[in-house]
Design a protein around this ligand. Structure first.
Ligand SMILES: Cc1cc2nc3c(=O)[nH]c(=O)nc-3n(C[C@H](O)[C@H](O)[C@H](O)COP(=O)(O)O)c2cc1C
Ligand code: SF4
Length: 640
């Protein structure tokens, strides 16, 4: 019996070490969203979780058999009170320390939704110290430590973790810098983007309208009001110059003649649509707050941008912080607000730095307080009620409406939550007026918009396009058009898949896209290369969406998980009976059942996948896949 216990202790200890090593390696790979052909990200994340939980069985066997073995005579205190044992106190004590670190790791993962992603992340990474501590414990106490085979196991474990960590550091160092997101200057860029601005095309003289395309130019020459400096959102110095200073910003754009309540009808007349995703008219939102404000409303500039495929808000804030600040201040002035909150994603360091500097540069001019709140990491934290809830209580989960934020938001006061791009544009409308705004645009929806293009481009791109520019034209201009492309994800959180060939001539105009059941959303355009399976990519996005649920509405938590798991089973070619039909059925039961629009977005997305990749889904339901290859390089659902 004693022998049996003794071998169990040793065997379980070694198996635990191997399993924990795998858990650590898979954790590192999950964090960097690594994937290869035939090995999607969600498989890594799922294995990481399951292995972590199942390794506990071996750990329990290891501890219990060691303690109850009369030969070792350790006692329970040696296992749970660090360094209390008389036998090899340091090495055994490290075992107890590792146990507590592991407990912290698992416990915080189980209550991740309550403690918030940021706290969880800090504890999670710190608690990974359990691995080296456990390794030293094993070497210090293990009776097999000196054996060649045990040395080999230890060596392989150490090398595996070291290689994963080194790869992670290398991968992080090769990430695309923010300024590189904005394409390099080209000669012929005037067709879709502002030539005076970030593409560095021919400089537009002061007093002329920026030429954002033939339609815009034609209207400008027909006598539309002129824009001083000829700039739109990213107009001005090239991206490589970094954040524009206050002095340069003022010299370039001058003062804002339109301000106060008079700005609201101007924004309404411009027809400016919100850029956070839902495309709600900005003027109408401002008016409903102005009607309730009594001078005590609040403006929240939403720069959370937790969307995995969007980069445009962080680019705008990093390059044109004063334009964003102008917008937030004139919004406050227009609706009668006595506070401005800049709500910016904590992981967008260059944007945070640029906005902090911008606030410092001109804080003496402020007549109302402007504070900066770092939004926690996550997708749902950018939803308007989640943003307000976080600012009020430190909990970034959406709240049930009503009351809505425009009725009772920050501090219980009527609150405008506007996306930073929307606000920046109001600062231009305040300078040049609604007719100037409407001079750009090729179809029904007027103006220009920032879009983030990724997928078949060598790197992500943020460009400013005229609304109504055909999808194919945008893709060609940034080098992302490829006949080999298949699906294209449009709009992100409010988005859907479309067939990239069928949509080549689709005008990127919210009004037109709506007719096709599509959405401009937050301007995400992610092309799926032909070498990537649409079912696998849909499963990746669904896994991401399910993981990003704020965890407070049952239908969202269970429904999204069920959808994600069924999609994943299909992706790996091992579906349950009825998974394919189930996805559509569960989706229809889920829509409109959450406190926020997150589940609706996820359902719309998976439904579009079922439609666009119908043949591929059918093939996967039979266990096949026409591609069986994954995309090389960074996944479309990129790490935040
Ligand atoms: C799940 C989810 C995430 C969102 N994330 C963001 C975000 O990161 N930034 C943002 O401006 N709007 C986000 N929104 C939209 C906001 O709720 C809100 O509509 C927007 O900030 C309003 O600004 P706009 O009117 O200028 O578009 C999100 C919405 C949902 C449902
Ligand atoms: S619907 Fe989902 S994401 Fe939205 S509040 Fe409820 S649980 Fe959170």
């Amino acid at each position: 019996m004693t022998n049996y216990l003794w071998f169990s202790t040793r065997g379980a200890g070694i198996v635990s070490l191997i399993m924990f090593t795998l858990v650590v390696v898979l954790g590192i790979l999950t964090a960097s969203r690594w994937q290869t052909r035939n090995w999607p990200q969600f498989v890594t994340a799922g294995l990481h979780r399951s292995l972590a939980l199942s390794s506990l069985i071996f750990l329990v066997i290891h501890i219990v058999t060691a303690v109850v073995d009369p030969f070792t005579n350790l006692g329970w205190s040696a296992a749970f009170i660090p360094f209390s044992s008389t036998y090899r106190p340091v090495a055994l004590g490290l075992g107890s320390v590792a146990l507590y670190l592991l407990a912290a790791l698992i416990l915080t993962s189980l209550i991740r939704d309550r403690i918030g992603l940021r706290t969880w992340r800090v504890i999670h990474w710190a608690a990974y110290a359990f691995w080296p501590v456990a390794l030293i414990h094993g070497i210090g106490t293990g009776s097999d430590s000196g054996a060649v085979w045990m040395r080999a196991i230890n060596g392989v474990c150490i090398s595996a973790v070291a290689a994963a960590a080194a790869w992670r550091l290398w991968e992080a160092s090769t990430r695309q810098p923010l300024a590189d997101l904005v394409p390099a200057p080209t000669e012929d860029s005037s067709h879709i983007v502002n030539p005076a601005g970030f593409l560095g095309g021919p400089r537009v003289e002061a007093g002329t309208l920026v030429s954002v395309g033939p339609a815009g130019a034609a209207r400008a020459s027909a006598g539309a009001p002129r824009a001083r400096g000829g700039d739109r959102l990213l107009g001005g110095p090239v991206a490589a110059a970094g954040a524009e200073s206050y002095a340069a910003h003022r010299a370039r754009l001058g003062r804002m003649p339109l301000h106060g309540p008079a700005l609201i009808p101007a924004v309404e007349a411009a027809g400016l649509l919100g850029r956070g995703g839902a495309g709600f008219p900005v003027g109408r939102k401002w008016r409903s707050v102005a009607e309730r404000s009594n001078g005590h409303a609040v403006v929240v500039a939403n720069g959370a941008e937790g969307k995995s495929t969007s980069r445009k808000d962080r680019v705008l804030m990093s390059l044109r912080p004063h334009l964003v600040l102008d917008g937030a201040l004139i919004a406050a002035n227009a609706v009668g607000a006595d506070e401005v909150v800049m709500y910016i994603g904590t992981e967008h360091r260059p944007a945070l730095d640029a906005m902090t500097r911008a606030i410092a540069e001109r804080h003496r001019e402020f007549t109302i307080p402007v504070r900066l709140v770092e939004a926690p990491i996550g997708f749902v934290v950018g939803e308007s009620s989640a943003a307000v809830h976080y600012i009020n209580t430190g909990d970034a989960r959406p709240t049930m409406a009503p009351p809505r934020t425009f009725e009772s938001g920050v501090g219980g006061r009527p609150t405008v939550v506007s996306n930073v791009e929307s606000l920046a544009y109001t600062a231009l409308i305040a300078r040049y007026g609604p007719d100037w705004y409407r001079a750009a645009g090729r179809g029904e929806t007027r103006g220009t918009a920032l879009v983030t293009v990724s997928g078949t481009t060598p790197a992500q791109r943020v460009v400013e396009i005229e609304y109504g520019t055909p999808l194919g034209e945008v893709l060609e201009r940034v080098g992302a058009w490829t006949t080999a492309g298949q699906g294209v994800m449009l709009g992100d959180s409010f988005g859907a898949w479309a067939d990239v060939h069928a949509a080549r001539d689709l005008p990127l105009d919210p009004a037109v896209m709506k007719q096709y059941g599509l959405s401009f959303g937050a301007g995400v355009i992610a092309v799926l290369p032909a070498t990537t399976c649409g079912v696998i990519e849909t499963a990746e996005v669904m896994a991401y969406m399910a993981g990003e649920s704020a965890g407070q509405c049952g239908p969202c938590v269970y429904g999204l998980n069920a959808l994600a798991e069924a999609t994943q089973r299909l992706a790996v070619g091992r579906p349950n009976q009825g998974d394919l039909a189930g996805i559509a059925r569960w989706g229809s039961q889920l829509s409109g059942r959450g406190a926020c629009a997150h589940p609706d977005g996820a359902v719309a997305f998976v439904n579009s996948g079922l439609q666009i990749f119908a043949d591929e889904f059918a093939l996967h339901a039979r266990g096949g896949c026409s591609l069986r290859v994954g995309r090389a390089g960074r996944p479309m659902v990129a790490a935040g």
